[in-house]
Design a protein around this ligand. Structure first.
Ligand code: GLU
Length: 624
């Protein structure tokens, strides 16, 4: 068993030395006291033997630059520590893993890595679940849904880790350390603390003979279990970086070990550290691919050493770069609220926008169109990630947001079924209106409708401009209040001058009043918005009413033109020109009166949303 394992390790590891050419084409990633050198070219003779066949294929593809997708179904996982809430970086990791599983017809797991009980945040697990579901990332196995390899929470699997720590002791891959058991446990998920875990043994516990070590443990001596240095330096073929081995120069800082030797696997209280639990679980949960942030790369040599020690095939690893701001600093609250909860609530970002935005950070979209819904992301996903960190440009977020809002509105407006994405969008706008305006301001505009229906109408006529709820409500403010300054044109100019003629404001007002008096509009007013309409019914109603307003405007313009020409005047060209001028003038007048001079949808669409009564009020017509 031991010999077999050694053989496997020898075959599966690369020399830590790299040739000159390699070094010239390598990237050095340094984290804490560890560095790993990323070799960009392939070295076939050293390709890892410990990969499973499909992950081995992916790794080869990484080295040769061919299409990066496993042939079979991938089992992936997202393994957050509930020591904080989901943020942009961790949601992106979850998304990439989800997309790979879905693309290949595999499974996506959620595993709660709560080995570091001291740093738990009480509501973090629930929030993580809520935020993932909000983003449309539903796990196939994990907390709340179960699965064949559960429990999916590490604090409920302690016996399994203890059993495996014993296996490592039995195979001489680990040793008990009695001198450091009462030292504070190393912080589990903070890589910069790995060094602290390595350096703790003061008394050469690794040399205690196995029988003596076992006897002391049996007699109740507190101890930790530490990893022994493997025979060969671990290495792996990363799906992003290709062959990765420990940097020769790191030997200077870590004599006698390569970031593996002496690392604590089981703490003094018998609970595992992140490393042991992570490797044991990935194996037992049959994970084939791990996509995780490059900050975890410093741990991967240790993880590979553990796979070797257990004689297990490792999953394939893809380490994706960090998200940074334009100054290459790690993304933080200074740039944007990176916490998903704030992004949802404060910025009114749609889940469709966020998943699309995150997928494009560090993944090379092979298509020309960046606007993708989850189904498109799944269809096009592959493992072509960019090397190095990714600068996050938020302009793209707003571009995607406008596009997704439009897709959602259009889809909802063409269906009679309730659409949760549309409901979510409407909800954001309802909240923003309530925040900005009092019921006294918007209730008179609503007439028989409720606020939600009114907002659905607004979204229907202005479907291309939703970036965030506050800005959207501001650009459409005339739909929510009449308490706005009169438009400059009518406030100062008694006449509205078009290209060729001057039409006085009073002429325009009488034309506008006349159009409101048209029979068809009065009939329209009588047939008010259907009560609690479906978006499709509302859209049909708005279209009918906009057509009626448009026809009434046209009629009134034609009448005015007809009145300007006597029967004998046959100058058709002049008539057409005058008609054009009238149309222009009346639309401008209506815009000033109805929209307070602001730009927005067409006059007839605006009238259809405001409703007959409100149009009459704004134009100054008396209604009974
Ligand atoms: N628990 C680790 C985290 O919080 C998981 C790292 C990994 O994916 O292996 O990110």
């Amino acid at each position: 068993m031991l010999a077999n394992k050694r053989l496997l390790l020898q075959q599966s590891t690369a020399s830590p030395y790299v040739c000159r050419a390699c070094r010239e084409h390598s990237t050095l990633i340094t984290k804490g006291r560890y560095s790993v050198l990323l070799q960009r070219h392939s070295d076939k003779s050293n390709s890892s033997r410990s990969f499973s066949s499909s992950s081995r294929r992916s790794a080869k593809q990484a080295a040769t630059g061919k299409k990066l997708l496993p042939d079979g179904p991938a089992r992936t996982r997202f393994a957050p520590s509930p020591t904080g809430y989901l943020h942009l970086g961790s949601l992106r990791t979850a998304l990439f893993n989800y997309l790979l599983a879905k693309k290949t017809g595999g499974q996506f797991l959620l595993r709660i890595e709560d080995t570091d009980q001291k740093r738990l945040v009480s509501d973090a697990e629930q929030r993580l679940c809520d935020d993932l579901r909000w983003a449309g990332i539903q796990w196939d196995e994990g907390p709340q849904v179960g699965g064949p390899y559960g429990p999916y929470k590490q604090s409920e699997r302690t016996a399994l880790y203890q059993e495996h720590a014993q296996k490592l002791l039995d195979s001489h891959s680990a040793y008990r350390c009695f001198c450091s058991a009462d030292q504070p446990a190393p912080v589990q998920t903070d890589i910069s603390q790995i060094g602290a875990a390595v350096g703790g043994c003061q008394s050469d516990c690794a040399s205690i003979p196995d029988d003596q070590s076992a006897e002391r443990a049996q007699n109740g001596h507190r101890h930790v279990v530490r990893m022994r240095k493997p025979a060969k330096s671990p290495s792996w073929t990363d799906l992003v970086y290709g062959k990765v081995s420990l940097d020769k120069s790191s030997k200077k800082t870590l004599p006698q070990n390569l970031g593996v030797d002496g690392v604590v696997l089981l703490k003094g209280d018998g609970t595992p550290t992140y490393h042991l639990a992570n490797v044991v679980d990935d194996h037992h949960m049959k994970i084939t691919h791990v996509i995780r942030g490059s900050e975890w790369m410093a741990s991967t040599p240790l993880h590979m050493a553990l796979y070797g020690a257990f004689d297990w095939a490792s999953p394939a690893f893809a380490h994706v770069g960090l998200l940074t701001d334009k100054d290459q600093a790690k993304l933080s609250k200074r740039n944007f609220d990176t916490d998903i909860g704030s992004i949802r609530q404060k910025h009114g970002i749609l889940p469709e926008t966020l998943t699309n935005f995150l997928a494009l950070l560090g993944w090379r979209n092979p298509t020309r169109d960046d606007v993708m819904e989850m189904k498109d992301l799944i269809n096009t996903f592959d493992l072509k990630f960019t090397k190095g960190n990714t600068i996050v440009a938020f302009d793209k977020l707003w571009y995607l947001q406008k596009n997704h809002a439009k897709i959602i509105i259009e889809r909802a407006m063409n269906s009679s079924a309730t659409d949760p994405s549309f409901e979510n969008l409407v909800g954001f706008v309802v909240d923003a209106v309530k925040k900005e305006y009092s019921p006294d301001q918007y209730t008179p505009i609503l007439g028989q409708r409720d606020l939600k229906t009114h907002i659905m109408s607004v979204l229907s006529v202005d479907d291309k401009n939703y970036e965030n709820p506050t800005e959207y409500v501001a650009r459409n403010k005339y739909f929510f209040t009449s308490d706005l300054p009169a438009a400059a044109a009518t406030a100062t100019d008694p006449q509205l001058t078009t290209n060729e003629i001057e039409i006085s404001a009073s002429e325009l007002q009488s034309a506008a009043l006349e159009l409101l008096a048209s029979d068809s509009l009065e009939r329209l007013a009588a047939a008010s918005v259907p009560h609690d309409p479906s978006p499709a019914a509302l859209k049909a109603h708005l279209a009918r009413s906009a057509a009626a307003y448009s026809a009434a405007i046209e009629d009134v313009c034609r009448e005015r033109v007809a009145a300007s020409f006597s029967v004998q005047d046959g100058d058709e060209e002049a008539k057409t020109r005058l008609l054009k001028e009238w149309r222009k003038a009346i639309h401008r007048y209506l815009r000033d009166k109805l929209m307070f001079g602001m730009s927005g949808p067409s006059s007839s669409q605006t009238m259809s949303v405001l409703g007959y009564e409100e149009c009459c009020r704004r134009i100054g017509a008396m209604t009974v």
